[in-house]
Ligand binder design. Structure first.
Ligand SMILES: CC(C)(COP(=O)(O)OP(=O)(O)OC[C@H]1O[C@@H](n2cnc3c(N)ncnc32)[C@H](O)[C@@H]1OP(=O)(O)O)[C@@H](O)C(=O)NCCC(=O)NCCSC(=O)/C=C/c1ccc(O)cc1
Ligand SMILES: O=C(O)CCC(=O)C(=O)O
Ligand SMILES: [Fe+2]
Length: 359
């Protein structure tokens, strides 16, 4: 029998139910809790203050059907420099593919806790397939109101054998269909840093590995006291994010204090620059801090594709960027060391990139 909310006065009972048994925050949400368990209460400074939201500001929306126009390539580079975030519309990813991966995400999280838990860190047959909750439950002082499935792509064979059958075809289709868009974006961004041709080695460095996460943010009893995802920047080269029609993603404004909402736009994909591209571009393109709030009335999903260097790649500012005599701000780091550093601590805004700063 499922425990009642009252039995969670004991902190270890909550951890056992949510983390160890695989119920996640979705399990908590569905118990009909009247108030948020204390483990999820974040300090005031980690929640978004309404007064810091800039209601008039918005990140650019770029029409990819006009890509032949050099102004469009320029607007991609400008957005990457100024905002680190933009949305694309009229892109080449079919809208049915997006609908199918959203439906597949709801199917996966609709499975029983026992089924989902087969993909947990402890039980999953591979490190590359992981179901979990919050971000790093061991390192966090306060937990995040989110469950996730993270799928690191290694090969078709591994995906076929190990990814959950209820979503694997749809995630693979979404990944494959996004490849042209990813190449279009990287081609434009590379031209902006004097890389006029992406050869095989550069292609591997920019997009040699891909991780797709399925995120689930269930209805929260006290959304104002917690966060869906805490402030962080992605460690990817680029992130392609599909969100549903609910909203709640906020991006840091240029003043470093304000927050800008990323409104759901039907059929759009949100694109953001990750730390790896900030490092490769020696800081020209910005990996911007963002967070997701919790929602009191609707279950939200999102599906980011993190486009990355390969784990064994060394990342540092590109020679083309330094050719003008610019001084390197970042040193050489092994990408898997960088990613491990990110995963081993709680979310802490823009601090991850300090790991790669020149001493
Ligand atoms: C280092 C990786 C990630 C794992 O390699 P491994 O050999 O299996 O290494 P470990 O099993 O030792 O994992 C290293 C640590 O990362 C943790 N980890 C291993 N995958 C995971 C996992 N999906 N989730 C959250 N911990 C994990 C893992 O638990 C472990 O922590 P710890 O147990 O404390 O030592 C390796 O696959 C790698 O270098 N991948 C490169 C591509 C990659 O994954 N890039 C990251 C893109 S993800 C991104 O930009 C943003 C993600 C994000 C995610 C959630 C958010 O809330 C916000 C943002
Ligand atoms: O759910 C979202 O809109 C964003 C999630 C996110 O930032 C991430 O998974 O890295
Ligand atoms: Fe993110």
């Amino acid at each position: 029998m499922a425990p009642s909310a009252l039995s969670f006065t004991d902190s270890s009972a909550l951890t056992d139910f949510v983390v160890n048994k695989g119920n996640g925050v979705k399990g908590l949400s569905e118990m009909g809790l009247k108030s948020l368990p204390k483990q999820y209460i974040h300090p005031l400074e980690e929640r978004i203050d309404e007064a810091d939201i800039l209601p008039q500001a918005s990140i650019p929306v770029i029409d990819m059907s006009k890509l032949d126009d050099s102004e469009v390539a320029k607007s991609i580079c400008d957005a990457a420099e100024k905002w680190g975030f933009f949305q694309v519309v009229n892109h080449c990813v079919p809208l049915e593919v997006l609908d199918r991966v959203k439906a597949a995400t709801h199917r996966f999280f609709g499975l029983s806790a026992e089924e989902k838990n087969k993909y947990s860190k402890e039980l999953s047959p591979s490190n590359n397939v992981r179901f979990g909750t919050s971000f790093n439950t061991q390192a966090e002082k306060a937990l995040e109101w989110k469950d996730f499935l993270s799928l690191f792509y290694v090969s078709e064979d591994e995906a076929s054998a190990l990814w959950p059958p209820v979503c694997k075809d749809e995630v693979l289709e979404y990944m494959r269909s996004s490849e042209v868009l990813i190449k279009q974006l990287l081609t434009a961004l590379m031209k902006g840093v004097n890389v006029n041709e992406i050869d095989e080695a550069k292609e591997k460095l920019l997009m040699g590995s891909v991780r797709t996460n399925l995120n689930y943010y269930p209805i929260c009893p006290n959304p104002e006291l917690t966060v869906g995802v805490g402030r962080h920047s992605d460690v990817s080269t680029l992130t392609i994010l599909l969100q549903d029609d609910i909203g709640g993603l906020y991006v840091r404004g240029n003043d470093g204090e304000s927050w800008i909402h990323v409104p759901p736009v039907n059929g759009s994909l949100v694109i953001n620059i990750g730390d790896a591209l900030q490092i490769l571009s020696n800081g020209k393109y910005r990996s911007v801090e963002h967070c997701v709030i919790a929602n009191g009335s609707r279950n939200r999903i999102s599906v980011p594709i993190f486009v990355n260097p390969r784990p064994h790649d060394i990342i540092c500012p590109l020679p083309e960027v330094l050719a003008t005599g610019e001084k390197a701000v970042y040193k050489e780091v092994l990408y898997s060391d960088y990613v491990k550093h990110f995963f081993r601590k709680a979310h802490d805004g823009k601090k991850t990139v300090d790991f790669a700063k020149m001493n």
